[in-house]
Design a protein around this ligand. Sequence first.
Ligand code: ADP
Ligand code: MG
Length: 733
Amino acid sequence: MAGLEESLRATLGGKAAAKLDAAFGLTTTGDLLRHYPRRYASRGELTDLASLRDGDHVTVFAQVEKVRTRPMRARRGQLLEVTVTDGRARLALTFFNKVQFWERQLIPGRHGMFAGRVSVFKGQRQLAHPEFKLLGADDAAKAAEYAAEVIPVYPATKDVSTWDIEKCVQIVLDTLGDLDDPLPPALRERHGLVGLADALRGVHRPADEAQARTARVRLKWDEALVLQAVLAQRRRAAAALPATARPARAGGLADAFDARLPFSLTAGQREVGAGIAADLARDHPMHRLLQGEVGSGKTVIAVRAMLQVIDAGGQAALLAPTEVLAQQHFRSVSDLLGPLGQAGRLDGAEVATRVALLTGSQPAAARREALLDAASGAAGIVIGTHALLAEKVQFAGLGLVVVDEQHRFGVEQRDALRGKAQGARPHVLVMTATPIPRTVAMTVYGDLDVSTLSELPRGRSPIATHVVPAAEKPRYLDRAWERVREEAEKGRQAYVVCPRIGGDDGASSSPAGADTDIALSGADDEDPGRPPLAVLDVAPALEQGPLAGLRLRVMHGRLPADDKDGAMRAFADGSADVLVSTTVVEVGVDVPNATVMVIMDADRFGVSQLHQLRGRVGRGTEPGLCLLVTEAPEESKARQRLADVAATLDGFRLAEIDLEQRREGDVLGAAQAGRKKSLKLLSVLHDRDLIVAARDEATDLVDADPDLAGYPALAAEMSALLDEEQAGFLEKA
Ligand code: ADP
Ligand code: MG
């Protein structure tokens, strides 16, 4: 009797094993048994043939309608043409050899599964030489047995069909012996979960849908518990690490900063700030995620935390995802600090520190000075991109790292910085402007504590959002540009955002340079037709057309740093009316005088991203206006998404809509390659209760038995997961 470690070569023979390895990377019986059916088909089910798309590899359920042979035109020999149907649409199957052999089997009236790549020939969808398996056997006994079954449909490839996989799985299941169950018996009992072997049989060979469901719940628990146990161990290990305590000190910079603030903190800011202050006072490192909408006042919180650390004799680093944002942070932090950030300068306050900016593109002299200030400790705050971590930047005493991660779900940076503070670990605060649904935070940021700023500071102006259907109603687009002119006449400013830079970036729909990851999820249901609009095309067209006479500047990730800085400055000081840019303006950029944002080809952006973008307007006293320009057809999903964005300002709701529309794997992001692979059944969207319960169970288990010595099967699964994550990181590097 075999366990899950048995090689497929030994169980299935070399040929089948090689195919499974090549197609899916499956090498052990455990791998194969965790290659779960994508879904279950019921007997008699027919695939909607009209929905098949050219080029897709598909497995369809259909009924043979008619069969005919005819001589081939170009070559000698016969061609067999079989038409299958779902009762409405038809699909042609063509076979070029062994014609009589196939003809004997494919009798009109029979049901079967047909697998192959869809092509279109003379306007007719077809599968050339498909693999197939007929359903319903000839003898009655077998037919009855069949009829009781639910048919598993596996992820398949052109070389390995779903019924090939089914056959291999049956062989493995038949040899399966006793299995070590990673779920402790007491836990299974508490949650009414079946044992591992039963679950594997139930998921692959269910008697009915209910049994498949029961099996899947149990197998989801495996995924959730293993991951949460890893995270619980990480939290525990991190909590045990030494860090230098940085307690608040009365009469220091932090107090002076509070006294200087032109507004009073919101209740949420005070509460979150107090939590962070308490974390910093402990002699174990803080690992906290601070989430809050753009404009919710995260930066202010981060600056107060940094000042507390400086007051306690340490330094703080603030890391931004792009250079533009690092510069932006440098300006806004310097502004917030005023004389408190001008130590050693004429206008510096008595108690003061210095803010240093470190970027790859700054002049050598400025860079030298910044490096020196970081190393000597003269700069209490050092601001740079994430690359700062990779470099040989020396700190006198790094006490806090603030990571402005915005919408990125990355963990590598956080790992990299743990080596930066000599001896003790620095405290870590990760800021993100994307509201992250709780279970996603638990899964992706499971080793962090989470704080949320849920109210916007008072006095923030509302943002009105409208969809501009440029294709159906060109008048609306004209009106959009008129609105921009009107605002400019009142002395206000506008953003125009395009999905692409243009120039030599090719006319593909690839993300706009290195600026950001654009979610091009809009490309699902409309004909992409033309490439997305580009900054370098739109700007001159506006300058010579509807916005003639206004002062335009362009901004994108390929501009030299000086030009970026110049454009940002011009826009910030009001000497430009309109900034035409890629999504570099998405995050952090703060120009209160900007009141309008026009987003071109808005359907090319994800919901959360649009929400982030529009957060750039309405930051002053005037209400903001965001216009989502699109050519997507009225009934398309893309239009629905835009309508959703226009209908609500609730970032959490939009984050959920965004998640629902992405594939599950994308939710976890590229940095989570291992995790993606290990979460096959578990959905961070739909299995919230299960994830929360698994987290509680995992925390208890790890508290009681930190190394899980009493749970060897669970521990083994956990190290397998860690190996996969490791492999994921290596792949990326
Ligand atoms: P975030 O970093 O979350 O986008 P910021 O900290 O940059 O938000 O704050 C956005 C703007 O709101 C800034 O101009 C900031 O000075 C201002 N602000 C922050 N907190 C408050 C508050 N409690 N009351 C009024 N304005 C605030
Ligand atoms: Mg900010």
